[in-house]
Structure formats: C-alpha cells, structure tokens
Write a protein that binds this ligand. Sequence first.
Ligand code: PLP
Length: 407
Amino acid sequence: MKPMGPIPPFFDAHSDALRIAGQTAESLVNLAGGSPAFIYDFGIVRQRIAGLRAALPPEIGISYAVKANPYAPLVQAMSPLVEGMDVASSGELALVLAAGVTDISFAGPGKRDADLRAAILADAVINLESVGEAQRALAIAQQMGRRPRLAVRINPDFGLKGSGLQMAGGAQPFGVDVDRVPALVRGLLDAGADWQGFHLFAGSQSLIATAIADMHGAALVLCGALAAAVGVRPNRVTIGAGFGVPYAAGEKDLDLMPIGNALDKALRQRPAGLQGSQIVLEMGRYLVAECGVYLTRILDRKLSHDRLFLVVDGGLHHQLAAAGLFGSVVRRNFPLALASQFAAADAETATIVGCLCTPLDRLADQVRLPRAEIGDLVAVFLAGAYGATASPSAFLGHGPAREVLIG
Ligand SMILES: Cc1ncc(COP(=O)(O)O)c(C=O)c1O
C-alpha cells in the first residue's frame, strides 16, 4: 500500500505491517492496554532536536512549548535536551517542575492571580501580555516578598507569512502593542522587578523558510530598537519559531538551512541593544508532531448508497486536528495508513469515521486503502502535537485515548 499523505520518513514502510521503533502496531496497542492509543516514539524527537541543532547557530537556545504535547513521560524525556520549557497554565507549570525543568517561561492571556503566584514562587519568567497583568504580577510579588522575573510579550506590527495560525499584527489579545512596550519596561525596572527581556510569537505552522527567516530577522531588529528605547540590555529574547510540519499531500518538509543561515547572519549583525542577550527559539509542534501515531481499530464496515464507511473506535474526541477542526482553515486528510495491511495493494475507497454521532467525526474522507477488515488498526500519523490534550475527550463519554512513550 502506498500510504497517503506525507508519511514521516521514520517508519518502516517496507514490511507487511507498520512498525514503530521496530514494534508492530498490534503489539504497541497491547502495550498501551488497548485501542485507541497514541504511541510516541521518542527516538524521533531526538532526531528532530539533533537536526535542529545541526542547522541552527550553536548559541541559539531551544524552548519546548509544552502545550504541543504535555504527556508527562515525554516532557520528562525532553527536559535534558532543551534549554527551557514554556507553559501556558499553572497545571503545565506543575508538570514541568515535576520533570525537573528549571528554566521555565509562562505565556498566555488570562493568567489568574493563582497562576501568577505559582509562577513567581517557581521563579518562572512571566511573559506579560498586558499592562494590567504587569500591575497584578508586581502587586502579587510584593505581597509575597519576592522579586518577580518578568518579560514583556510584544505584539509586533508584522505577522508570519504562510502561517496556519496568525498571532500577531493588528489588534490582538496577545502581547503588548509596540508603542506601549518601552514605558511598560521602564515601569517594571522602576518597580524593582527582575526584567528578563522580550517575548514575541508571530505565528505558527509555516512551511515557508524565507518567511520564517524574515520574521526572525524582523523580530531581532524590533527587539533591538525597543532595548535601545529602554536603555537596558535584555537578558533574553524569545521568538516563537513559527516552524511547521507537512500534513497534507504536496507539502514538503521545512528546509532548516536557510533559516539557520539567516539567523547566523542576523546574530553577527545584531543590534547594539542586544549584544550579549541570549536568543531562544520557542516551539512545540516541530519537535513532537512526527513522533506520534494514533492507532484506532475498525469496528464496522458499512455501505451507504455508493460509499464505504469504516467506523473506528476512536475519533475527533482524541484527534480533533485530523478531523480538520483544530489549527486548519480547510479540512484536509491527515496522512494515515492501514497499519495491519501496510504493504498490501490499494483495493477500495473508504471514508473513515469515528465513533461519535456527529458528521464532524471524520478521520479521512474518500481515501484509497487496501481491503480493510473489521479488527484492523488504522494509523493516523503526525499525531504527536495538539492531539490528546487538544481534543474534547470528555465529549460523549467514550473517555480519553491511552498514551505510551517508547524509543
Ligand atoms: C506563546 C506560544 N508559544 C509557543 C507555541 C507553540 O507553537 P508551535 O507548536 O506551532 O511551535 C504557541 C502556539 O500557539 C504559543 O501560543
């Protein structure tokens, strides 16, 4: 069978059954305790990080955005491989603290007082999203008798081209508009806070290397100008990397070399205000998307009019993104394969639907597959990011999928 879509190159495509880190899908479902299950092959994460390190200038730090996949064993395994982690809630903060992570940042609008308190107590860098949040953080730190580590998230005037998710440019709930940043930083310094620098996240899931490189360059120029306006060197500048992964047929892997080369040049020409500042790229999806395979079992084959439906025991309650409902404007089939018949020739066209009684629960629309039998396992690839925890697992009460880390 020719797997549809850009199947990651890490899996054994030549044997009769899909193998993930050398193990069959069936044995991994057993290991997980049943289907549906997310299998995360950590060997792939190691390869992704090694590839990144090889392409980026050595002084660039990497911060893992835990929101992409907060599965505790994965976070634990990732901890020695990255310089830091970014969290979006006090729940994620507790998770990374338990994994022994010491360099933590906390971004996201709507931090509650309890979140700010937990972050200050943990000495995490709080990426301030507004002037009001800055005032609350300062007041809470004063009550606690602690010096908070604060950074300012900038809402730049530019976005990221080709981004599946624009999070900057124009009116935004995220970050502080550029013209308000210098006064806010001066206020933090006057209040005696430990000002750490700037954070900027312009967008996500871009596969256009030149657009990403341009965004990184513009971010460094902007942060340099703001540092000059403030008159104090930021300790750190964190840039949302914007790196995407190919989900759909025809999309290609991101070419890291031009991004690394452009960063290298930008670092050599870095503005005076950023001399000595640590530059960090923050990312989630790029590190973990490809390590994950979602395995779900076929429960039923049915014909309706002229269509064959394969009904599986999983669905959008675990893999909302594969149903086209998370992070995509247009629904496109995720790469998937019939794990139990990996090498068999295509024999039929099927629509794969989940077990939820909503027409939205479609994992694949009219795809060519080998003849599928009830009991066969379907593998949905690129399931390592924004899967299990980005899907409504409580909907209809089927419960969450199992998760296993191997490799
Ligand atoms: C502040 C912040 N950092 C990091 C990320 C991770 O983005 P990605 O998984 O695309 O790398 C996001 C995603 O929305 C974000 O909002």
